[in-house]
Design a protein around this ligand. Structure first.
Ligand code: CUA
Length: 318
């Protein structure tokens, strides 16, 4: 996928900027201390007797073994606390979302000002450029960690807890993210993308996902395209609806990713494949080979034509 793996130390927003500043600051200080220690070692090995005696004296041990390290650590603590305090400060006018870690995908909820979900999606976040987004981070099974290095810090998702993270992008684009806490065998295949829209594009995206639009977008039977119609029927017959939800239909399963807008997603299998007819067919037919031990069974009994019809139906959901 484009933008993969997500590059670190390449901030594209104010919050990741802070993290990068802290990282470079720590590295610079670490470099300085490393040089000083090397110099002291050189003196200890090759210095004159006078210098070596001084280096082994009580004063040097007291100052450089105790007082200076304690002072450096304290200043570092104050500096880093001041720097990162802005990463979790909520002003109240930010956009709100909730993301739930699941084995091995992300449930994405867009929230209104009162904290109610108005749109459900999965594995892809859409945000406007230049606006802070506050995300409630939760987990529905084990500990995961949400990380889009270019847009913000890293935040753990811990069962039974709600952590908060702020993201912001300064430029439109597609930014890669990755689960950053070992959560099982396919942990490294638990990615996602963040799509940052400019103002006009964001309004279009919002308009396309308002509740009335989502029910008209998913056309009730019969539709003009017979392959899509066949896929829609198969979706019910094969049992997909037990785990997946499609807004405006009888498919209301909640244990798997919401598919209401799956056709509009850039990636498939939580950030690991580009989303097109071919990868969708492969995923439905044998997701277990692509992402071992994910919770979706492999539908190896379906024929090529049936997989094609299901993929065509998925493609139509946008
Ligand atoms: Cu989820 Cu690692």
């Amino acid at each position: 996928m484009r933008g993969w793996p997500p590059p670190v130390l390449d901030p594209q927003g104010p919050f990741s900027n802070t993290v990068t500043t802290l990282a470079w600051g720590l590295m610079a200080l670490m470099g300085l201390i490393f040089v000083l220690v090397c110099a002291a070692m050189w003196v200890a090995l090759y210095g004159s007797d006078g210098l070596r005696a001084k280096l082994g004296g009580e004063r040097v041990v007291k100052w450089f073994g105790l007082i200076v390290p304690a002072g450096v650590l304290f200043l570092l603590l104050v500096w880093s606390m001041a720097l990162v305090s802005g990463l979790t400060t909520i002003r109240g006018d930010e956009l709100r979302m909730r993301i739930a870690g699941n084995i091995y995908w992300w449930r994405v909820s867009y929230l209104d000002a009162a904290g109610r979900e108005w749109l459900a999606d999965a594995n892809e976040l859409h945000i406007p450029v230049g606006q802070a987004v506050v995300i409630d981070m939760v987990s529905e099974d084990v500990i995961h960690s949400f990380w889009v290095p270019k847009l913000g810090g890293k935040m753990d998702m811990i069962p039974g807890r709600t952590n908060r993270l702020k993201l912001q992008a300064d430029k439109p684009g597609v930014y890669g993210g990755q689960c950053a806490e070992f959560c099982g065998g396919a942990h490294s295949l638990m990615g996602f993308v963040v799509v940052a829209h400019d103002a006009a594009d964001w309004q279009r995206w919002l308009a396309a996902r308002q509740p009335p639009a989502s029910t008209t977008a998913i056309k009730p039977a019969p539709v003009a395209n017979t392959e899509v119609e066949r896929g829609r029927r198969l979706f019910g017959e094969v049992g997909c609806a037990a785990c997946h939800r499609i807004a405006g239909t009888s498919a209301q399963g909640l244990s798997g990713p919401d598919l209401s807008f799956v056709g509009a997603r850039r990636s498939l299998g939580a950030g690991i494949l580009p989303n097109n007819r071919g990868t969708m067919i492969g995923w439905i037919g044998d997701s277990q080979s692509i992402k071992p031990n994910n919770r979706m069974p492999a539908y190896r009994s379906l024929s090529g034509a049936e997989l094609g019809a299901l993929a065509a139906y998925m493609e139509s959901l946008k």
